[in-house]
Design a protein around this ligand. Structure first.
Ligand code: 8IG
Length: 272
């Protein structure tokens, strides 16, 4: 029997078929993955046509982290070129859950197999760059994969030169010139970094650090989708201010910025 681990792309095709059946929509156009702190930002998109539990689709494990939704929504959004069918994942699976990389990227693979040409990945992260402030959204320009884990298997030598769409970043910056861009370092977690590790990352060229987004970006790009990454800085990374890091503070900072992020997302979707 084929399963998520023996045939991950085949399982995404199966999940996409079930999504089409549940929503009555043969295709979706764009996918959004809402990371921690972004879930309430999805409410700014209006009323979904459908909402169900992620575990209603084949291959998805139940979510394990508090504040991560585990729901999927389908929206019909009115854009400049007609209706956009948006697929929104409230929450995601992380590498630190220990289930391997396959569940981490199953959502974006399902979205691309459901027709999505663009995938918007959001996250909450730590700020390494001293110019960043808590509550600030930053476009991901590039990444450092410090886990060394790829979702791809076999001789799939995918070019990552333009992983984070230059075209969509330019559109977003024309909409909001105050948007910063940065390099996102991917850390497995679940422990945060030591101050020495943050110094190392800064020297390596990282501006942001978090525990998500990178495997999903690679998997979506490998299947041909355009990728956008938006990080919400919810804490200064270890050693930057001398304060200790707490999950509760991170969630609170995310909540405080949700309205602003909702507006940003609406703009993103109409431009894509
Ligand atoms: I929110 O400071 C959030 N996620 N690795 N480091 C890492 N992940 C994070 C951090 C952080 N803040």
């Amino acid at each position: 029997m084929s399963d998520l681990y023996s045939d991950p792309v085949g399982m995404a095709v199966t999940a996409a078929a079930e999504l089409a059946r549940l929503t009555g929509k043969e295709k979706h156009d764009v996918a959004l993955v809402m990371g921690s702190g972004w879930i309430s930002a999805a409410d700014a998109l209006g009323t979904p046509t459908h909402e169900f539990s992620i575990t209603d689709l084949p291959g998805f494990p139940a979510p394990t982290v508090a504040g991560h939704g585990g729901k999927v929504r389908s929206y019909d959004l009115q854009g400049i070129n007609g209706t956009i069918r948006a697929l929104v994942f409230l929450g995601r699976t992380h590498l630190y859950e220990g289930k391997g990389v396959e569940p981490v990227v199953h959502g974006v693979r399902t979205a691309v197999k459901a027709g999505c040409k663009a995938v918007v990945l959001t996250n909450a992260c730590g700020g390494i760059n001293r110019d960043y402030i808590v509550g600030q959204p930053v476009l991901i320009r590039d990444h450092l994969s410090l886990t060394g884990i790829s979702p791809l298997i076999g001789a799939d030598f995918v070019d990552l030169t333009d992983l984070y769409s230059k075209r969509i970043r330019a559109l977003l910056k024309s909409e909001d010139p105050s948007l910063a861009e940065g390099v996102y370092a991917h850390w497995r977690g679940p422990s945060y970094e030591t101050p020495a590790e943050i110094s190392m990352m800064r020297i390596m060229g990282a501006d942001l650090v978090g525990m998500s987004t990178v495997p999903e970006a690679v998997a979506a790009h490998a299947l041909g989708a355009e990728v956008v990454g938006i990080s919400l800085v919810t804490n200064a990374a270890a050693g930057v201010t001398g304060e200790k890091l707490s999950h509760e503070e991170v969630m609170a900072a995310g909540k405080a910025a949700a309205g602003k992020m909702g507006e940003l997302l609406s703009k993103v979707l109409h431009k894509i």
